[in-house]
Design a protein around this ligand. Structure first.
Ligand code: GTP
Ligand code: MG
Length: 193
């Protein structure tokens, strides 16, 4: 897949005119350390575009990137136990505000789960909230490279069964897996090959 035209615009923590300019928004959400920022880098083909870290809790603002003709929003992760209670509340409020109160209505929410761990209670909570507000979303199982090749198909079946009818895309930010399918989901079939 080709490298996408992408650049960092800004980190936001409150309403911003940028979000009201009519550009379609894609929001990347998931628990802390699941690989949201890594996925943005691998999908655009630009290493270092979004800051990643082996320590959970790296992203603490909504980082907005212009990617082709969309805005991609790298949201902070939820559920990082070592943040102070106050920090957890602050990040939770920010995620909640953007998704459910800002009126932004992203074109697609990409809910990222860990392929090995599977959906956690926090992931299900997010999934239910997205369902309840009729938000168009797709579930991506990241870190698929950690699943043994011989086990992979059974694992995707298992994960899909637990997610009812929702679409699940196995993905790896480290190996080339799932990029084409996810890009098609975000841009539509004709624009991206
Ligand atoms: P926060 O900003 O803290 O919420 O984390 P994040 O979800 O943005 O995660 P980040 O992209 O910073 O990645 C967290 C860790 O997971 C890093 O050590 C990455 O190298 C690793 N990681 C991300 N994607 C993959 C993947 O597909 N496979 C493997 N094996 N590791 C990955
Ligand atoms: Mg991050």
């Amino acid at each position: 897949m080709k490298t996408l035209a992408a650049r960092f615009l800004k980190g936001i923590v409150r309403p911003d005119p940028l979000l009201d300019d009519g550009t379609p928004q894609i929001a990347f959400v998931g628990r802390s350390n699941v690989g949201k920022s890594s996925l943005i880098n691998s999908l655009t083909g630009i290493k270092g575009l979004a800051r990643t870290s082996s320590f959970p809790g790296r992203t603490q603002e909504i980082n907005v990137f212009a990617v082709e003709r969309q805005y991609w929003l790298d949201l902070p992760g939820y559920g990082y136990s070592k943040h102070s209670l106050e920090k957890k509340r602050e990040l939770h409020r920010l995620i909640d505000w953007y998704l459910f109160k800002s009126g932004c209505r992203p074109k697609r929410v990409v809910l990222i789960i860990d392929a090995v761990v599977g959906p956690t209670d926090n992931d299900f909570e997010m999934l239910r909230a997205l369902e309840a507000t009729d938000m168009p979303f797709v579930v991506v199982a990241n870190k698929a490279d950690k699943i043994k090749k011989g086990r992979a198909e059974a694992r995707w079946r298992e994960l899909r069964a637990g997610l009812e009818s929702h679409k699940l895309i196995p993905y790896s930010s480290q190996e080339i897996l799932g990029r084409k399918e996810l890009a098609e989901e975000l841009f539509g079939l004709r624009e991206h090959r």
